[in-house]
Design a protein around this ligand. Structure first.
Ligand code: BV8
Length: 308
């Protein structure tokens, strides 16, 4: 497929050609998605077996879902927290961290900013320099109060609360019963008589305001991305200087405003570099053309190869 697309879009699949462009690149932006953590054993959202195939995002990753059945949402995030804690950063995370260190540590080497949609903490555990990493959707290890502005950052406790113990290896059974895309689950979800998955008094509460429920500190659909993160990203992108390369790694680039950074990078002169296992669904990165690059396969294998 990659060869065909090369013929139709003119995007190159040559690592040698990429290396010569990389050597002369001063400013690189990266947009990372769930595919980067796939090799670490964490699930993706939209590909085969993806979480949004099995479950309705609206029942698990929106403020309305949390209002409706906070225990169900908590089970989804408690499960993903424990998976993320068991996972290890892969060679792709380390290659990105190294590239950031070399480029930002050495003034005449230029700058490298990594934007990640991932909330799994694996970039940080690969020692990616903090100042070169922007968590667009925050972190699954932050807890925040649903009612006041209390936040508990980097809370790695597992279980995060005694009533959120995840039994066994698979996802909690309540998720398929109430949040899957089946008609019966959708009916159960909408049935006003359906019991709350976990009684409210058994869920984590805010130690500050006492009556507010604690919630996962991630950015849900319909919620604004963290203000500071967005403004710092904007400042980096909007600097007078052009952007030479935009790496689009393991993401369908369909969630905004994150995916919009690919378009902005293009407008700033960047050549787009897609690294993806499946080059058919590339969202904002899909309109590849001459001068761009397309590397099909596992980012854990490709990144160490192209960034060395
Ligand atoms: C907002 C929660 C407004 C955390 C997530 C235009 C502008 C602004 C907003 C919108 C807009 N149009 C629509 C919207 C609304 C919405 C949106 O974008 N909807 C989409 C679905 C159309 N956006 C929002 O709601 C955003 N908020 O705009 O608020 C606002 C403004 C002010 C005030 C109030 C409100 C919030 C978006 C954030 C939502 N939160 N998740 C969590 O639970 O993780 S999004 C969710 O999708 C995850 O965060 C995930 O990171 C993100 C993107 O998914 P991907 O990472 O791309 O994963 P995916 O599975 O899709 O793709 C994986 C890829 O990897 C595949 O291509 C696969 O082939 C590849 N792959 C697999 N294995 C490998 C691999 N590649 C390489 N190697 C491998 N081994």
């Amino acid at each position: 497929v990659a060869a065909d697309r090369q013929r139709t879009t003119g995007a190159s699949t040559s690592i040698e050609e990429f290396h010569s462009v990389l050597k002369s690149s001063r400013r690189i932006l990266a947009l990372c998605g769930a595919g980067l953590s796939a090799a670490s054993g964490l699930g993706t959202f939209r590909g085969a077996g993806g979480m949004w195939h099995n479950y309705q995002a609206t029942a698990l990753a929106t403020p309305e879902a949390f209002e409706h059945d906070p225990g169900l949402v908590w089970l989804f995030y408690a499960y993903r927290r424990s998976k993320a804690l068991q996972a290890k950063p892969n060679a792709g995370h380390f290659a990105l961290a190294k590239c950031a260190e070399v480029m930002n540590g050495n003034a005449d080497k230029g700058e490298f900013l990594c934007l990640t949609q991932n909330v799994d903490g694996l970039h940080q555990r690969a020692n990616h320099p903090d100042s070169q990493l922007k968590l667009l959707h925050s972190s699954i290890f932050d807890l925040k109060c649903h009612s006041c502005d209390y936040i508990d950052k980097n809370n790695f406790s597992d279980p995060v609360h005694p009533s959120l113990v995840i039994e066994g290896d698979g996802p909690p059974p309540q998720l398929s019963k109430k949040a899957s895309n089946t008609v019966s689950a959708q009916a159960a979800y909408l049935d006003p008589n359906t019991e709350l998955t976990i009684p409210l008094d058994q869920l984590p509460h805010c130690p500050n305001c006492k009556d507010g429920l604690l919630r996962p500190g991630v950015v849900w659909f319909g919620e604004a991305l963290p203000y500071n993160t967005i403004s710092e990203t904007y400042d980096w992108i909007d600097a007078e200087k052009k952007i030479d390369l935009c790496l689009v790694i393991g993401t369908t680039a369909t969630v905004y405003p994150a995916a919009g950074y690919v378009d902005t990078a293009r407008e700033k002169g960047a050549r787009i570099v897609v690294i993806n296992m499946d080059v058919n669904e590339l969202g904002a990165a899909g309109s590849l053309r001459k001068g761009d690059f397309l590397f099909e396969g596992d980012s854990a294998r490709i990144l160490p190869e192209i960034l060395r």
